[in-house]
Design a protein around this ligand. Structure first.
Ligand code: SF4
Length: 376
């Protein structure tokens, strides 16, 4: 087995079994903090010598959480509560829940009441993140979070530790950006299923370990000759695209994902945090302020994200876009018309398919994707 296959297998195992990873870290004496979507400054958790762990729902059935939500809430929010109610998240030393969309707000309050055994940390991001008052607000929120994390860990988050965490996270973001490009150049080796596993693993590994392993994979991929792909190339878009059943349809039909506009993937590592700020808390607030091109983030002038997506498609050589629309996700649905208009005007073929974390039957998605691939 080649070193590339060994590393890809390792990532696939980690992505498939987060529980095994959390048990491993707990046995090492580390505390784990669950980080809900979106834009949690994980660097603070890392600097407190704890393990940030992504909690982005999972494929499965929702039962217990239905008592807390109306049925028209997205499944990622319902599933996070379900995981808390059914003990899947037990073992976490705390959770950080954000409030950046209208669904996360009720989720945060339901979780606080319904899952009292896990210490709860609420994080509010400002809509106006770029002006100085927005940066000040973010810094105040991050300061509160820092104090709570210090309490849980029993350790002081020094400026030095936080500066170091920022450097490690920037390295990890840089390796992921490189990997996305390399995966697009080598879809014969990095299939859609494997690509997703590599990116998903970042949520369940300490970023220093993750960046090191990914750097090794990237170095090996760089040595490979670029082959001519005899399928089609697309950009994927949506909140999360980690369903192996869904991604297998891409692989079976030679649909390579060469770029993405996915919240769980590239939207989370598109930009780095500044490393030359004297106050590392301000550096984290500036990092959040510099995020763009996301339906969840307020755009006061024009909606920039469609322009960004069209550019990504052109730069990556993608021939079309596959939009996996999370059912009942208001921010994504509201921005769809502007994205569709930009894609239509640029002459880029695209398809939008409904998706949620309770889906077990992908027959309709398969037929639609096959027809889309044939039409290109
Ligand atoms: S952004 Fe969409 S998918 Fe995410 S929590 Fe909000 S409504 Fe749900």
């Amino acid at each position: 087995m080649s070193r590339i296959d060994e590393i890809l297998n390792q990532f696939q195992e980690i992505a498939a079994s987060p529980k095994k990873q959390s048990v491993k870290y707990i046995e090492q004496g580390k505390k784990i903090i669950g980080c809900f979507p979106y834009y949690v400054p994980e660097e603070l958790v890392y600097a407190a010598d704890m393990v940030p762990f992504g909690v982005w729902g999972r494929q499965g059935t929702i039962n217990a959480a239905k008592e807390y939500f109306a049925s028209f809430y997205c499944t990622i929010a319902q599933m996070n509560l379900e995981m808390g109610l059914t003990g899947v998240l037990d073992g976490l030393s705390g959770v950080i829940v954000t409030s950046i969309c209208d669904t996360l707000r009720p989720l945060s309050q339901n979780f606080r009441v319904a899952v009292p055994q896990i210490p709860f940390m609420f994080l509010s991001h400002p809509q106006n993140r770029k002006p100085e008052y927005g940066i000040t607000f973010t810094m105040a929120q991050y300061g509160n979070l820092k104090s709570k994390l210090e309490e849980i860990s029993g350790q002081k988050i020094t400026d030095e530790k936080l500066q170091n965490a920022i450097k490690i996270y920037n390295k990890s973001r840089n390796e992921r950006r490189k990997f996305v490009k390399l995966a697009g150049e080598h879809p014969d080796v990095v299939t859609a299923v494997k690509r997703s596993a590599v990116l998903k693993s970042s949520y369940f590994m300490l970023k220093c370990e993750y960046a090191k392993l990914l750097n090794e994979l990237n170095t090996e991929l760089e040595k490979l000759p670029i082959i001519k792909w005899n399928g089609i190339k697309v950009l994927s878009s949506g909140i999360i695209m980690d369903s192996v059943s869904l991604l297998k349809i891409f692989d079976d039909n030679k649909i390579a994902i060469v770029a993405d506009d996915v919240a769980h993937e590239s939207r989370g590592f598109d930009v780095d945090a500044p490393e030359n700020e004297a106050d590392p808390l301000r550096a984290l607030a500036l990092h959040f302020a510099s995020q763009d091109n996301d339906p969840l983030l307020y755009d006061p002038e024009i909606i920039k994200r469609p322009i960004h997506v069209v550019k990504k498609i052109k730069d990556s050589g993608a021939q079309g876009a596959v939009i996996m629309m999370m059912t009942f996700c208001d921010p994504e649905e509201l921005e769809y018309p502007s994205l569709k208009k930009a894609l239509d005007e640029a002459g880029i073929p695209h398809i939008s398919l409904g998706f949620d974390q309770q889906m077990v039957d992908f027959g309709q998605a398969k037929t639609s994707l096959q027809a889309f691939a044939e039409s290109i």
